[in-house]
Write a protein that binds this ligand. Sequence first.
Ligand SMILES: Nc1ncnc2c1ncn2[C@@H]1O[C@H](COP(=O)(O)OP(=O)(O)O)[C@@H](O)[C@H]1O
Ligand SMILES: [Mg+2]
Ligand SMILES: [Zn+2]
Length: 295
Amino acid sequence: MAIEPLQMSKGMTESIEKEIPLVTVKGLSKQFGSGCEYCSTPSHEEKEGNRCKHCGSIWAVRDIDFELYPGEILGVVGESGSGKSTMIRSLFLDEEVTNGSMTVSTYNKGKINIFNASAQQKRYIRNHVMGMVYQNPYLGLRMTFSSSGNIAEKLIAADNFHVGKIRERASELLDKVEIPISRMDEPPKNFSGGMQQRVQISKALANNPPLLLLDEVTTGLDLSVQAKVLDLIRSLQRELNVAMIVVSHDLGVIRMLADRTMVLRQGLVVEKGLTDQILEDPQHPYTQLLVHSLL
Ligand SMILES: Nc1ncnc2c1ncn2[C@@H]1O[C@H](COP(=O)(O)OP(=O)(O)O)[C@@H](O)[C@H]1O
Ligand SMILES: [Mg+2]
Ligand SMILES: [Zn+2]
């Protein structure tokens, strides 16, 4: 049994960077409700916003396409209800998608649509291929387990059973997110919101996934705490070269973290491009309102 060191092999990831996308998503749609003959057509005429006028089904995410390159950070921004959480939960296989495909180049050479993977494959993917940080830390952590135990759970799920090595790795990971080692046996419920998010991040990174998904990671934290968590995410991204999808309603978070950004409205992508371009010269009227803080 070998627990990989946290540092990823940079040479490996850099050699494929810019050439092969790490993640390719095509036609991702997620509908809540059974749909009807009116709303199941590709045109969105029968819908008011994301809701079908006839049957009331919600089309939370509609026909999303994107690529993510190794080590890149993609931002996803939009107001509340625009489909951000549904999108990221679909990517992490928490939600069963209605349509679409997702391939990851490091998993079966990108030949498997992981939305259609078997339950066993999905378990592997969620442990090795991607990690998730939820807006609500109660979804990502067992609040009454020790923090080291939370990480151990992830390592054990990846077939690491050596107690000494698990503890060593847990303390290394908690140190990376600046949780004092003296507190590693305390449960996250004792911690502040910012510390809980940092424990979630270390747990999500436990098995060195090439992809980290973050949903509103700093929403609800004090501004000074937000800044520290965002700084930490940036330095982890540089150190580990892990690709990230950062979902936030807050353009400040997107500005600080994302290389490229997609703007979601009512489940549809209305604009995508380089973050600087989107913030400085938004093209879509909705993005213009968002950038000028009129929403
Ligand atoms: N489990 C669910 N059942 C029905 N509708 C849902 C469910 N989850 C989300 N929705 C709806 O999907 C849309 C997108 O929600 P969500 O993905 O949470 O948006 P965001 O994260 O951008 O605020 C909203 O209209 C929301 O009410
Ligand atoms: Mg959300
Ligand atoms: Zn309908």
